[in-house]
Design a binder for this molecule. Structure first.
Ligand code: PGA
Length: 251
């Protein structure tokens, strides 16, 4: 399976910095075109920067997919401040991240909301990256697998299949902290997630399961070589062109 290296830029960037980042990514990829044989790359900028990234992609000829960081729980209509799945498609997005722990935490997004958003996104033809992961206290209490199993069973709509869904396992305590789960813990959780997918889906073996949480060039080779790790969801390191592409080279 080709690895997916997904950059989640979160609420970062200006018009100028996005231009620089795109030029950097294009340059780093040109220096090593073989990286595109090994990995698919995806960029998820803030909504406002999607048209700019799309434009830069075309101008620079960068081979990356485009995605949103979230979408609304409803179709287009009177929902001030929201952005619909249809709007993401219209801007050329192929993917949308859903249920990121920052959305779950700061916006009280429940599994049920994630599930509704995913069904809507599938309906519009988007591939969803559905995020799951335990907090530090869940892990300390020995409940990591229970929490992830509950999130998986409640966040995945019936529309899920290997062509429209990617799972991202992101232990909350590893996001933006510099701490990463050990390769053994990652291997165990990804195996567990695969087993849970098997209970639900015929094509469970083709679903990509990404690891996210302080992935960087220094730890990427080991994490990406772990069984059932089919790519990475990268925050901080995706804002630095060389580091982002180097993670792909480590795959
Ligand atoms: P990080 O973020 O790489 O900065 O830890 C990952 C994520 O939140 O997707």
């Amino acid at each position: 399976m080709k690895k997916l290296i997904a950059g989640n830029w979160k609420m970062n960037g200006t018009v100028a910095s996005v231009r620089t980042l795109m030029e950097g990514i294009a340059g780093a990829m040109e220096d090593d075109l073989s990286v595109l044989d090994k990995c698919d790359f995806l960029l998820c900028p803030a909504y406002l920067h999607l048209p700019l990234v799309q434009q830069m992609k075309k101008i620079l000829g960068v081979s990356v997919f485009l995605g949103g960081q979230d979408c609304a729980v409803t179709d287009d209509g009177a929902y001030t401040g929201d952005v619909s799945a249809a709007m993401l498609c219209d801007l050329g997005c192929e993917y949308v991240i859903l249920g990121h722990s920052e959305r779950r935490h700061y916006h009280d997004e429940s599994d049920d909301i994630v599930c509704q958003k995913a069904a809507l996104a599938h309906n519009k033809g988007l591939q969803t990256i559905i995020c799951v992961g335990e907090t530090e206290s869940d892990r300390d209490a020995g409940k990591a697998e229970d929490v992830v199993a509950a999130q998986l069973s409640r966040s995945l709509p019936d529309t899920v299949n290997a062509d429209n869904t990617v799972i991202a396992y992101e232990p909350v305590w590893a996001i933006g902290t510099g701490k990463t789960a050990t390769p053994d813990d990652v291997a165990a959780m990804h195996k567990f997630i695969r087993k849970k997918l098997q209970e639900k889906l015929a094509d469970f073996n083709r679903i990509r399961i990404l690891y996210g949480g302080s992935m960087k060039p220094e730890n990427a080779a080991e994490l990406l070589a772990t069984p059932n790790v089919d790519g990475g969801l990268i925050g901080g390191a995706s804002l630095k062109a060389e580091q982002f592409v180097a993670i792909g080279q480590a795959a």
